[in-house]
Design a protein around this ligand. Structure first.
Ligand code: GDP
Ligand code: MN
Length: 448
């Protein structure tokens, strides 16, 4: 979810006619000084990092003149705040604030609709407003087909006690934030906090936050968020292909590829706990079959890689189809590092057949590929278990061995089976399988 930095969000606000303070972004203290000089008034110097709460962390500072702005910028640039290094500061005219309000639009997942938010108490984080002043916060869900209506914003303004003479102005601001920003830019979240009433009676967005839906970025080619300008080749590639790739340590030794973030996290916890050096995490999710080869090629470019761990627990995806995809990929890529493949869940029987057959091939090709499933551990692996096995620990143990680490924890003797869960999943598969257009699915349906 690309989260834009404040200055990036404000560039969009400016383009769309939402009022923002005069200012510019700087990468050096000299630039900061020049900007402040040009503004010719007291300024605020604000760190540009992808998170809120900068004010409280000491990342928003007032400067009376250009020299002060330069000094402050020098202090802030390069320093770390809230876990982020500061590469840029925004230098803006200082507003003389009379009152602060809050306005925002969010995706309300529970209600399956957008929600507008308004509060007469701006400045603090929305979570805090919710707790301290629930009566001064309005949340109104918007029917996506009808869109936000003027009366809804006005009702919100009345409810939270926006002063009468400001109701029009504040309502308009939120109305525009919804249509010109949230809708037009396919945002998942946007917020002006604080929306400031200045001493001379103007309403100005002192802060701006904007997150755009990842899946809508193709509609906004003109926007390249700062966060995406610094991706390495692997990260760029994964982004193009549309799977999740998180590079934890470019010098790491173990690449973890799984279907689903939850499973991936659990596997990584085990590896971490034992002292394994994780390089990356990949979530190839529902399109595992098509993406397995590509994912494998991508992680193999990691310079210190010692092992790859595929971890698949098929629910609505099918382990046999994944096994087929991964095996094809391995034959094509012929990786020099050992690979462990864990294939369990729906289609497991078929997956085991495929793995047994392909293991033969791999051996002939001189590749080290081991595997296990929920019910069977490949004979090729010295870790043969009878019956139910812990399908996280076995692969992790083996992969750690390949990296020269002894895994200490004793795996449980067995894990409980879940016959109900399997029954339900198989039922769904039987119903949905014939609906799939891919011939692969029909061919492999026989395993169910
Ligand atoms: P955040 O803490 O990351 O949300 O950063 P903000 O941009 O909201 O800044 C934090 C606080 O600094 C705001 O709530 C304001 O009270 C204050 N602030 C920001 N800009 C100005 C300004 O131009 N003038 C004054 N007086 N205060 C400002
Ligand atoms: Mn803020």
């Amino acid at each position: 979810m690309p989260y834009l930095l404040e200055y990036e969000a404000k560039q969009i606000f400016r383009k769309e006619g939402l009022p923002i303070p005069e200012g510019e972004v700087a990468e050096t203290s000299e630039q900061a000084k020049n900007i402040a000089e040009r503004i010719g008034k007291p300024v605020v110097v604000k760190i540009q990092i992808p998170t809120g709460r900068r004010g409280r962390a000491g990342g928003v500072k007032l400067a009376n003149n250009a020299e002060e702005a330069e000094k402050i910028a020098k202090e802030l640039l390069g320093k770390e705040f809230l876990g982020h290094k500061v590469n840029k500061v925004l230098v803006e005219e200082k507003l003389n604030i009379k009152r602060e309000f809050y306005i925002g639009v969010v995706n309300d997942r529970a209600a399956k609709s957008p929600a507008i938010l308004m509060s007469s108490e701006g400045g603090m984080e929305i979570e805090e407003i919710t707790q301290k002043f629930p009566e001064k916060l309005a949340k109104i869900n918007v029917n996506i087909f009808k869109g936000l209506q003027v009366f809804q914003v006005r009702n919100a303004a009345k409810k939270v006690g926006i002063p009468l003479e400001l109701i029009n102005n504040v309502s308009n601001m939120l109305y525009n934030l919804y249509w010109k920003i949230y809708r037009k830019y396919d945002a998942t979240f946007t917020e002006i906090n604080p929306l400031c009433l200045t001493n001379d009676g103007k309403l100005i967005a002192a802060d701006a936050r904007l997150s755009i839906d990842d899946d809508a970025m193709f509609r906004h080619k003109e926007i390249t968020p700062e966060a995406e300008k610094h991706l390495n080749e692997r990260e760029k590639h994964a982004k193009e292909k549309g799977y999740v790739y998180v590079e934890l340590d470019p010098n790491g030794e173990i690449a973890c590829i799984s279907n689903g973030a939850g499973l991936g996290m659990s596997v990584m916890d085990y590896v971490n706990e034992a002292g394994g050096k994780l390089a990356c995490f990949m979530d190839v999710g529902g399109r595992f079959y098509e993406l397995a080869g590509d994912a494998l090629k991508t992680v193999l470019t990691l310079p210190n890689l010692k092992a790859v761990l595929f971890h698949v627990y098929a629910g609505l995806t099918r382990a046999n189809i994944i096994a087929k995809g991964v095996c094809e990929a391995i034959k094509e890529v012929k990786p020099k590092v050992p690979i462990f493949i864990q294939v369990s869940g729906t289609g497991e029987k078929g997956a085991i057949e495929i793995m047994k057959k392909e293991s033969e091939e791999f051996r002939k090709m001189g590749l080290i590929v081991e595997w296990c499933s929920h019910t069977v551990t490949g004979k090729e692996s010295p870790l043969a278990h009878k019956g139910g096995v812990d399908t996280i620990e076995i692969p992790v143990k083996r992969v750690l061995e390949w990296c020269g680490i002894k895994y200490k924890r004793n795996p449980p003797e067995w894990l409980p089976e879940h016959p109900e869960w399997e029954k339900i999943t198989r039922e769904i598969m039987r119903k949905t399988l014939p609906l799939r257009p891919e011939p692969e699915y029909n061919e492999l349906a026989k395993y169910e």
